[in-house]
Write a protein that binds this ligand. Structure first.
Ligand code: PNS
Length: 160
């Protein structure tokens, strides 16, 4: 069964990678779908986010990185994939995730959202936390892939 793993990935973290790796073991194909909506305030461009993902998932043969804009269900229809995976870190994620899953199913009744419980090691980890720490020159090398660590240093050079 193919699945879509959607997100902003601004930038990809070790928590995302853990979910991708586990999905790659459980499903035939994993499409990591990076949101390209101009309304979202992002640090990395869509090209940068895709490149960093591609570099970090290249060891998984059944994982592909793609981008989408607009509604996720329209992208799912276009790809002919009706299963989506989202990671759940803590109870605080649940309300938003539940709302999204229900809204998506209302819009497209074939869609199923599967929740994968994050590794406890990454339960606190998010792209926002990574950006916050990095913006104050904190060390995020154990939270993100090497390529992201380097990209953050470049991006934030000369910043706060
Ligand atoms: O990594 P994120 O930011 O938590 O991912 C959120 C994402 C990209 C899955 C969500 O914002 C999304 O699907 N956006 C596309 C627009 C859409 O379909 N919205 C309706 C869902 S209620």
């Amino acid at each position: 069964m193919p699945v879509i793993y959607p997100g902003s990935f601004d930038p990809v973290t070790n928590g995302h990678l853990d979910i991708i790796k586990r999905c790659s073991n459980k499903f035939d194909k994993v499409i990591v779908a990076v949101l390209n909506n101009t309304s979202k305030n992002v640090l990395f461009t869509i090209e940068e986010r895709i490149k960093m993902l591609e570099m970090t998932v290249k060891e998984y043969d059944n994982v592909e990185v793609d981008t989408f804009s607009g509604l996720l269900i329209d992208y799912a229809k276009e790809k002919n994939v009706t299963t989506m995976v989202r990671g759940l870190r803590a109870v605080s994620d649940f309300e938003y995730e539940m709302q999204m899953a229900l809204a998506n199913r209302k819009l497209f009744s074939d869609i199923e959202t599967l929740f994968m419980v994050s590794n406890s090691e990454y339960a606190y980890l998010s792209s926002s936390i990574v950006k916050e720490i990095a913006s104050f020159n904190g060390d995020v090398s154990c939270l993100v892939p090497k390529v992201v660590n380097e990209a953050l240093k470049q991006k934030l050079k000369g910043g706060k």
